[in-house]
Design a protein around this ligand. Structure first.
Ligand code: SF4
Length: 956
């Protein structure tokens, strides 16, 4: 395609489910810059640290640029023919369930739609599942049980309108930073707003919390059933709402009342006082939003947790109203889009049900498909077990890295290795998964592809290309369509452009949709190339004007505009429907630096839908009608069932999660020096009392083991961690560490309803790794430090930095340094060795520049990481500068920045602490002095904590 280099392209961030709008620009010299889109209703111009660094992640280093078969370059025709013929032959010999697609929330809706259509309508199997199964499947299951549909009722502005926000298992400050910033800004404006954090760890999100409930792992069902019982006991129920709009309340309350307060306290690990304070606050606050994400979903009781939360909102009628509702926020950029197209093994397209014969018939007729999947397919964990035992013989993995992200990851890797035919489409040539592929297909990356994504508030936005496709890379929808054609389905997969897939998807959503299905974007069924190019962000539903809004026999109870019964307007009044149009967010104008109401005008179909609703934003269930047969919501009777997974051999509970500046398996963020400097190696958080019990000191290298496997990571001793529990991030892979693949430890234990794995409750033990020597190195080339038992590599400006630890200290350090740096013949080598003390420092210079420096010590190396990495970009003409490196310390004026806190401006913890000692007493003052926290704002919570700690220290 022709890219106009002069204009800014309006697109969407490819990371989390907030779905921030991005403006990307390519300068005449090819340099790409990004900024937040001030007109996008998700972020109003803000981006977090990851979004701000997107331009650093789009180079072609490490890209897969050509198709490969068995490691040799191949042409597209040869590769596609092989994929199509092998899948067709496998189906012919072993049936449709012998093949599977494992796809991703990174795919765009159009990619997802085409892949799902091929598998469910043309292969005739439902063996397509997605890594979103690991992220939010329990929310989907909970929604469907309670509402009869997978519907997220509310909007982001509910977070700003609420008087109480309960954050459950959600470290918003790091995982959904722009939502966190919206809440923080709203709280600054309305200090009376209360925030409760429910999380076993005191995460950065606790920075804005009035109350932190450090709940026991998987104590959430007990917490919320206890809340339901409390609401019943304290006359805090909305009985009229319960009677008119729900069923099953009596059974749910009965189940919830089985534990008394002391029992709830025991099950949650919380004091009765804390429970009482939380329960009374919830009972007294009508405008309450409960936000939840992976801490709720990634559990063997995830679906029950979701329903326990929803029960409390139904019992108080706090749903479908401004500032009130349960709110699942998704991890991935297009987890919601995947749900909409039916990209999960237990769903059909357009939110239709695979178990419903009418739905199957409808989808089959719409697609004119030769077959339709008759039953749910294999969910992610089951799918890889079927690969392992040979039931699945041909597997196509698209845009994801299951060798690192699936539970029991070593077993998943072994299954993939043993699978007779594995296809991987990806953007990178080197991932832990693609190394096992028989066929590798180069896919288009962010910035190169066109499509749509849906964020956590049901808002569909365009991703647009601003870069040419490199090499022979192709968009995923096109790759899948080409395979579909070669499998004999040319007509059904004859898409020439992604807008054709989008328009078909929109048409299917409205097809024979008499208002009984929530997902309806029929207003966009007529989208053409121009309309697609101009498509502005819009929220669903957006039905065609011709679509009846309610099925016969299910007319709304109240009079007035039909659409207003289905969609609630945005209003501060608390009215349920028919309220006047207000700006999309009360803080919108302020956040964008513009007067209120300056929201981008909608595109034509959106205007139709929104005009009907009287709002530029939508909210479901305003009038109490749900998508069950009797239109009533279902209370689900849930009971706390906390399992003990620990044992004498594995006495600790490992909680897995994410950090601020990395995303998934680092395939993208690992390319950014800026993002890699915040936290540069895998780590495990442990409480000081547990550290003492297991003989572990801060910065020790430790082995964390479970019955499934083990990892080597750095110990971080912190009282923010709950006693008896560990926390470790899931990002590190074999590409960035020696043994950091955390999901080698997690078990394939899943929620019985949703199939989502329990990734946050793993029995584990920890022990110190008795390293004989430690090392730190910086170098220009990518390190391959196989001699080290432990290593963790991170990009830095001008090269790489690597942390090292060795089981043996009888090593030829000069030889090791030479292989690490790739020093050229003639390079100047400076070295310092104190063999008795176990200290070695070796630096190699190529002309005036440092090619690499290695520091070895018998304990953790005490050299400033920031200073050492900076040396890769400094001139070393002066011999004293060269000797300073071998001395291992900065010259007189250089200050050790310490661990980087502000990635945007490279400001470290030591600099912030120094600024506080010099009189800066607030985040704002630090910003004025050092700029830290003044760009994306993702580090403001950490800065606030450092400022508070320094002030406290000074006062002691
Ligand atoms: Fe991207 Fe950050 Fe926005 Fe998430 S919050 S969409 S990662 S910019």
């Amino acid at each position: 395609m022709e890219i106009d280099a002069a204009r800014e392209v309006r697109t969407t961030c490819p990371y989390c489910g907030v779905g921030c709008g991005v403006l990307a620009k390519v300068a005449a010299d090819g340099q790409v810059s990004v900024r937040g889109d001030p007109d996008h209703p998700a972020n109003f111009g803000r981006l977090c640290s990851k979004g701000s660094a997107l331009a650093e992640t789009i180079d072609l280093d490490g890209r897969l640029l050509y198709p490969e078969i068995h490691g040799r370059r191949a042409g597209w025709d040869e590769a596609l023919d092989l994929v199509a013929s092998t899948f067709s032959q496998t189906i012919a010999e072993h049936g449709p369930d012998a093949v599977a697609f494992y796809v991703s929330g990174q795919l765009l809706t159009e990619d997802y739609y085409v892949a799902n259509k091929l598998m469910k309508g043309f292969v005739g199997s439902a063996n397509i599942d997605t890594n979103s199964r690991l992220c939010m499947a329990s929310s989907v299951a909970g929604h469907r049980r309670a509402f009869g549909s997978d519907t997220v009722p509310g909007n982001y502005e509910d977070l700003e309108l609420a008087d109480l926000i309960v954050l459950v298992g959600s470290n918003l400050a790091w995982c959904h930073p722009v939502l966190y910033q919206r809440i923080a800004a709203a709280r600054e404006k309305r200090p009376e707003m209360k925030i409760v954090l429910v999380d076993p760890r005191r995460t950065m999100t606790s920075d804005i919390a009035d109350m932190h409930l450090a709940i026991a792992p998987d104590g959430d069902v007990a917490l919320f059933t206890g809340l339901l019982a409390y609401l019943g006991q304290h006359n805090a129920l909305d009985r009229a709402y319960i009677t008119a709009h729900t069923t099953g309340f009596g059974q749910a309350l009965f189940a919830a009342s089985e534990l008394d307060l002391a029992g709830i306290a025991a099950a949650t690990g919380l004091s009765e006082d804390d429970l009482g304070r939380f329960y009374s606050l919830f009972a007294a606050t009508s405008k309450t939003v409960t936000v939840y994400s992976q801490g709720v979903n990634q559990s063997s009781s995830g679906t029950d947790k979701v329903n326990a939360i929803i029960n409390c909102h139904l019992a108080t009628g706090r749903i479908g109203r401004p500032g009130a509702g349960p709110f699942s926020v998704t991890g991935q950029p297009n987890a919601m889009g995947g749900r909409e197209v039916g990209g999960m093994a237990n769903m059909l397209a357009a939110h239709m049900e695979i178990e419903n014969p009418d739905h199957r018939d409808r989808v089959q007729r719409f697609w004119t498909a030769p077959a339709i999947a008759e039953r749910p397919g294999l969910k992610a964990v089951e799918m890889f077990q079927a690969v392992a035992d040979g039931r699945i013989k041909a597997l196509w993995i698209m845009a994801t890295n299951p060798v690192d992200s699936m539970p029991d990851a070593d077993a998943v890797e072994a299954a993939i290795k043993a699978c007779p035919f594995v296809v991987v489409s990806d953007v990178l040539a080197r991932t832990d998964t693609i190394r096992h592929a028989h066929v590798r297909l180069p896919a288009a990356a962010w910035g190169e592809k066109e499509g749509t994504v849906t964020n956590s508030e049901r808002r569909i936005s365009r991703q647009r290309a601003f870069l040419d496709l490199p090499g022979e890379a192709r968009p995923d929808w096109q790759i899948v369509a080409e395979v579909g054609k070669r499998m004999g389905f040319a007509e059904a997969f004859s898409y020439a452009s992604p807008w054709e897939a989008f328009a078909e998807h929109a048409a299917l959503s409205g097809f024979e949709n008499d208002g009984a299905r929530d997902f309806d974007i029929g207003a966009y069924a007529g989208t053409d190339a121009d309309g697609y190019e101009e498509l502005a962000p819009f929220q669903w539903p957006a039905p065609s004007p011709a679509t009846p809004l309610w099925p016969a026999g299910h007319l709304p109870r109240k009079g007035g505009d039909r659409m207003s019964h289905r969609l609630s307007s945005i209003a501060n009044s608390g009215e349920r429907a028919g309220t006047p149009k207000l700006p999309i967010s009360p803080l919108a104008g302020e956040m964008a630096g513009r007067p209120e109401g300056g929201v981008q005008a909608g595109h034509q179909p959106e205007e139709r839908a929104q005009a009907a609703s009287g709002s530029s934003s939508t909210r479901f269930f305003a009038d109490g009608n749900f998508y069950t047969p009797d239109r009533k919501a279902r209370f689900i009777a849930v009971r706390p069932a906390v399992e003990t997974r620990t044992s004498p051999d594995y006495p600790l509970i490992l909680n897995t999660g994410r950090i601020r500046d990395h995303w998934h398996t680092m395939t993208r963020t690992g390319k950014s020096p800026r993002l890699s400097q915040h936290i540069a190696e895998p780590f495990v958080e442990i409480h000081p009392a547990d550290a003492q019990r297991f003989g572990i000191g801060d910065a020790d290298i430790v082995r964390v083991s479970s019955p499934r496997g083990d990892v080597l990571v750095r110990a971080l001793v912190t009282a923010r961690q709950r006693r008896g529990s560990l926390f470790a991030p899931m990002h590190w892979t074999d590409q960035f560490s020696a043994k950091g693949r955390l999901d080698a430890l997690t078990a394939p234990l899943t929620d019985p309803v949703s199939g989502q794995p329990a990734l946050k409750h793993v029995a584990a033990r920890i022990e110190k790794f008795a390293a004989k020597a430690f090392g730190f190195a910086v170098m220009r080339q990518r390190p391959e430090p196989d001699t080290a038992t432990y290593w963790a590599a991170a990009k830095c400006k001008g090269g790489w930095r690597v942390e090292l630890a060795f089981a043996d200290d009888e090593i030829d350090w000069a030889g090791f340094a030479g292989s690490l740096f790739g020093a050229r013949p003639g390079a100047e080598i400076l070295a310092y060795h104190d063999r008795d003390a176990g200290q070695h420092r070796i630096a190699a210079f190529d002309g005036d520049h440092l090619s690499g420096a290695l520091f070895v010590a018998p304990g953790p190396v005490a050299v400033s990481r920031g200073w050492a990495a900076d040396q890769l970009n400094a001139d070393h003409v002066d011999r004293r500068a060269r000797l300073a490196i071998v001395a291992g310390r900065p010259g007189g004026v250089d200050v050790d920045r310490g661990a980087i806190v502000c990635s945007c401006f490279g400001v470290g913890a030591n600099q912030i602490a120094q600024a506080v000692r010099s009189g800066c007493a607030s985040v704002e003052a630090i910003g004025a002095a050092l700029h830290a926290g003044t760009n994306c704002g993702s580090c403001r919570a950490e800065i606030r904590i450092i400022v508070a700690a320094q002030i406290l220290q000074a006062a002691e």
